[in-house]
Design a protein around this ligand. Sequence first.
Ligand code: FA5
Ligand code: MG
Length: 445
Amino acid sequence: MFALRVRICSTSLPKGLLVARPYASKPIPPPTTIEGVTHPADSWTNLSPTVVSKLGLNLHLSPDHPLGIIRSLIESHFDTFTPSIPPSAVVTVRQNFDELGFPADHPGRAPSDSYYVNRDTVLRTHTSAHEIENFHRGLERWLLSADVYRRDEIDSSHYPAFHQMEGASVWTPANISSLPSLNDALRQKIAAASSPLIVDDPTHPPCPTTNPSQPEHDPETLNFMIDNLKLSLNSLLLTLFRTHTDQQGEPLQIKWTQTTFPWTAPSYEVEVLFGGKWLEVLGCGVVKQDTLQRSGVPEKMGWAFGLGLERLAMILFSIPDIRLFWSQDPRFTSQFSAEKGIVTFKPYSKHPECKKDVSFWLPQGVDAVEWHENDFCDAVRDVAGDLVETVAKFDEFTHPKTGRRSLAYSINYRSMDRVLTNVETNALHLQVTDLLTSKFGVEIR
Ligand code: FA5
Ligand code: MG
């Protein structure tokens, strides 16, 4: 994400919200048992049945699933990196946010953006939650893949449960002088591949005000480090997409942008043009020295990245909708195997969509609530499951006399496997509007 673009949900830019706090006067749910461990609930608990049902499925570990195939392709590319799988998606708030330097008012901490098991524990929102423990292991190059969870919008490239792969490479003062020759080798490898891939990088050199580097870093070494990070990731993208063309048969276009992460500086993201839109596939940066210090390796310097596995797999296998990764329909699952490797997904159906609108007044006065779109999306997902394709706000206004705020959303229902009848969609939509009234206290217009 570019530093000046703001979007809820990313681990990147603080939006200057209030310090994260639970919603007021919410009934406390019963304790939750996750992977055999029972966690007490409190006023922070906001797990939804949809995400709880995804825990432990580990799609990325299934060798014949597109996520398993892409994981092993990436692990083979980074063959000098040690791969690992962290045991549980339940991590401490300390691991996920505090130790990585997330400020108290970072939007990622808000219960509208993250799934809290309770005040002290969350479902990890990113694989970076394990960065510090991995640096502690003393490894110089490592990879780590896992399921992660975020309260997010609903569309074809966002899902509340998804998978990331984290990777890092660090150098000691004794071996950091090898960077220039490592970079030369990577440049030669990329040139030899003579790929038609188009890589646009307007982020060099990093802007001192919007993407500052760390005062501890000597500019020459930092330049070699940034080059190594970018060459390593460009070389991965080349391995994955060398022969890939977009839907018009043109070579893929890739773009580097600058951003902010609390534990890296400078920081970057990479986007790929997919289906006519830029799709963000990864975040990365030069690891902050205080993070390495907290990891017990203050003398080292290095970089880290976090890849969105679904997003990369959507491009690689031409999978148009992120919900498909969770499909158990044999028409989906039988198309992929470790043996076949990269194949182009053949859509087996495109059933008609069923669009329903809902508009409502938000409650006022003593009943007023903060409106968080992600709460609404979560509720819609719990009612309609994977039958909901998109949720999009199309109108918003405040009544000039009463000051009442009105919102209007369009919800697209579509099954990936079968035709949805109008009767069925109406029943789902009625449940959604009932929930809007009972859970959020709105008045349907
Ligand atoms: C992160 O999560 C950082 N932890 C990445 C990182 C690692 C930065 C190490 C620096 C060093 P971000 O919030 O941008 O960054 O998410 C990384 C990727 O996850 C995105 O680029 C995207 O590909 C994927 N992603 C994010 N949200 C979703 C979602 N709701 N559904 C599917 N994929 C998502
Ligand atoms: Mg991002």
